[in-house]
Design a protein around this ligand. Structure first.
Ligand SMILES: NC(=O)C1=CN([C@@H]2O[C@H](COP(=O)(O)OP(=O)(O)OC[C@H]3O[C@@H](n4cnc5c(N)ncnc54)[C@H](O)[C@@H]3O)[C@@H](O)[C@H]2O)C=CC1
Ligand SMILES: CC/C=C\C[C@H](O)/C=C/C=C\C=C\C=C\C(=O)[C@@H](O)C/C=C\CCC(=O)O
Length: 264
């Protein structure tokens, strides 16, 4: 699928990786619903993008993705405004080991719910036109993260769910591909949470250990994650793919043995 002329919905679009994805998709000719709980940042982001791309290419929708009604309403407003939905990026995420239930709600439950709503709209078996869904995980979804155990659990869950629903989409001929992206550390405001006890809780004492990891592994530019997103959108063979993005190896993929691949 080429993004040109298509309609995308991106959650967590007001800043960071989500904003980079929005800009890349606009560059590729898509129209987008920018979904975020932060109204001020969202409206500032839209105003800035309107100057470059025009005001009719984006729609900002304030929405807390953990609120089922708000999330469903965001999808419905998107289809009402643009007439269709082709690309969904479940990107919104938080790092909070103190309110760890919130981390599970935002990073995993809302990704699952968003995927299911997206499938309701895009699944060819439901009269949809097909499409592609990308769920944002993390390298912490593939490796243990001693200082972020619940964040890591949420991101492991995103990978397991995404690979599983991708297999179902293939078996069921949904016409929808579902993939996940696992970046290492990326230069966004999320990194500021490392320095906050209200985010790190009992792991706050290890904040310098995480910073040492960042020095060792480097920090990625959000634009590279956006490039990985477009690659998954355009590669019609990509379904159930686990894309990894690191400073050492750039964009590459997790390899799974035959036993680890779903037999469909
Ligand atoms: N920054 C990093 O090092 C990495 C980030 N990621 C993942 O990438 C995704 C984006 O993260 P960043 O751009 O770095 O974070 P960020 O904090 O810069 O941006 C996240 C955006 O999501 C929004 N958001 C948070 N909770 C929300 C909710 N309940 N409802 C609606 N919007 C909500 C925020 O308002 C914000 O605009 C997250 O899923 C994160 O876990 C993955 C690997 C590395
Ligand atoms: C506040 C920051 C919160 C989350 C940021 C992010 O989601 C968490 C990342 C956690 C761990 C990152 C580890 C990064 C490791 C590396 O980049 C390299 O050691 C590569 C390691 C494994 C990749 C193997 C491969 O490239 O196939």
């Amino acid at each position: 699928m080429y993004a040109n002329g298509k309609v995308a919905l991106v959650t967590g679009a007001a800043q960071g990786i989500g904003r980079a994805m929005v800009e890349e998709l606009l560059n590729k000719g898509a129209a987008l619903a920018m979904v975020d709980q932060n109204r001020i940042a969202g409206e500032q982001c839209k105003a800035s993008l309107d100057e470059k791309f025009g005001s009719n290419r984006t729609l900002f929708i304030q929405c807390d993705v953990t609120d089922q009604e708000q999330l469903r309403d965001a999808f419905q407003r998107t289809v009402k405004h643009f007439g269709r939905l082709d690309i969904l990026v479940n990107n919104a995420g938080v790092n909070n080991e103190k309110d760890w239930e919130k981390t599970i709600e935002v990073n995993l439950i809302s990704v699952i719910r968003g995927t299911y709503i997206g499938l309701e709209l895009m699944n060819k078996k439901n009269g949809g036109q097909g499409g592609v869904i990308i769920n944002i995980s993390s390298l912490a979804g593939l490796t243990p993260a001693a200082y972020q155990p619940v964040y890591s659990a949420s991101k492991h869950g995103v990978i397991g769910f995404t690979r599983s629903i991708a297999a179902m989409a293939s078996i069921g001929n949904y016409g929808v591909r579902v993939n996940t992206v696992c970046p290492a550390f990326v230069d966004t405001p999320l990194l500021e949470s490392i320095d906050k006890e209200e985010n790190m809780g009992e792991y706050f004492q290890y904040k310098d250990n995480i910073k040492d990891m960042m020095k060792l592994f480097g920090i990625l530019d959000p634009s590279l994650i956006a490039q990985g997103l477009v690659r998954l959108i355009e590669d019609e063979t990509a379904n159930g793919a686990v894309m990894k993005i690191t400073t050492s190896r750039g964009i590459h993929f997790e390899e799974f043995s035959a036993q680890q691949r779903t037999k469909v």
